[in-house]
Design a protein around this ligand. Structure first.
Ligand SMILES: Cc1ncc(C[n+]2csc(CCOP(=O)(O)OP(=O)(O)O)c2C)c(N)n1
Length: 369
């Protein structure tokens, strides 16, 4: 079943959770893992937003409503594949096996954080899980992803690169440069665009005049696919097909997953100031998690008791991880000067000495002044 949906939205599960075409080959275990992955993001988002409101963390960017896009695409990846994320793909890193404690430590930015608090919260990365750090500058990850894909091709490796972006990123120069290069050099990259309809306060109709963002791909000689981003099986199927194609040397694909940002852009934003809540309520009825749950129930793979048990299991794991992470002290001050350069530059050495004088004035010697 090839996905050819340039002018319509490809779907496998409709909003009632019924199949409208054959389902992809996924074992019951994988289907349940997908469901658990989506639920984990949802419960984690709720909890972390609560922590931010209590002043226990500084910032959080949620993926609520976009779980199917994140997990459906991540399910298509092999361990050797790389993710070049935007803001909302942390759930994919968790889904690929990153530890919850390390994940939450990144948000706290304390000494438990593998990156010693050097990044903004929710800008997760892990070399061992092939998940690069996002720079926060919209779309800069796209040329980087294409460069990594070009390297994979040049070295005759089989790894495929997933480059994630939002709808807002499609209006940037980096988007153009990345898709153009990928198209010309047939780079093994899958561009996965979570079209959540908003770029902070800019709605899609002010972002572009095209009906589907996936149409933009044709200008670069790249197949553009549009999928229902709240249908996890459709997201998986399109991603798997695109990844397989890229792995075989058949070049890049652009996937637009049509979804909706149900919550605020981040905890620093208040969407009530610029959008009508009725729109949010309408999209909540298309909830990707509920849709998959209905499907699993119809397949006799899920029931109410399992749902209750899973909720408790995930909530306990999150609570346990938060308690551990919150007990970690801040990173050592010296770590501020580490990891940027292999060899510390002269000005960093000077700054480190100055800071040391402020922190330990008793160590000041007459010689220094
Ligand atoms: C180059 C650049 N311009 C502007 C911003 C400010 N900014 C932060 S997030 C954002 C919107 C991003 O929207 P989108 O790409 O649709 O992704 P979403 O956050 O909706 O997932 C903007 C404009 C930025 N971070 N980088």
């Amino acid at each position: 079943m090839a996905v050819r949906a340039e002018f319509q939205i490809f779907q496998i599960l409709n909003e009632e959770g019924n199949t409208v075409r054959g389902i992809p080959e996924l074992s019951p275990d994988r289907l349940l893992a997908v469901y658990q992955g989506m639920k984990t993001i949802r419960l984690l988002d709720e909890k972390m937003i609560g922590l931010q409101r209590q002043g226990r963390i500084g910032f959080y960017g949620a993926s609520t409503g976009e779980e199917a896009a994140v997990i459906g695409s991540a399910e298509a990846l092999k361990p050797e594949d790389w993710i070049f994320p935007a803001l909302r793909q942390g759930g994919a890193l968790l889904y690929r096996g990153f530890h919850l404690k390390d994940f939450i430590s990144q948000v706290f930015g304390n000494s438990g954080d593998l990156h010693k608090g050097h990044q903004m919260p929710c800008h997760y990365s892990s070399r061992s899980f092939h998940h690069t750090a996002w720079s926060s500058c919209i779309a800069t990850q796209l040329p980087h992803a294409v460069g990594a894909g070009y390297a994979s091709k040049y070295l005759n490796e089989t790894s495929v690169i997933f480059a994630y972006l939002g709808d807002g990123a499609t209006s940037t120069a980096d988007f153009h440069a990345a898709l153009n290069f990928a198209g010309v050099f047939r780079v093994p990259v899958v561009f996965f665009c979570q079209n959540n309809q908003w770029a902070i306060s800019v709605p899609l109709e002010k972002q572009t005049a095209v009906k589907f963002l996936s149409l933009k791909a044709s200008a670069y000689g790249i197949p553009g696919i549009c999928v229902d981003g709240n249908d996890v099986l459709a997201c998986y199927h399109a991603s798997k097909e695109a990844a397989d194609k890229a792995r075989k040397g058949a070049g890049p694909t652009f996937i637009e997953a049509v979804t909706f940002r149900v919550g605020a852009h981040t905890t620093s934003d208040d969407p009530k100031l610029y959008r009508d809540e009725s729109m949010v309520e309408a999209w909540k009825k298309r909830d990707p998690i509920l849709r998959m749950r209905k499907f699993l129930e119809s397949e006799k793979l899920w029931n109410q008791k399992m749902e209750k048990d899973l909720d408790k299991k995930i909530a306990d794991e999150i609570q346990d991880a938060i308690e551990k992470v919150e007990s970690f002290p801040p990173p050592e001050v010296e770590t501020l000067f580490e990891d940027t350069f292999l060899k510390k530059s002269w000005n960093l050495i000077e700054q480190e000495k100055d800071l040391n004088c402020i922190l330990h004035p008793e160590q000041l010697t007459a010689n220094r002044f």
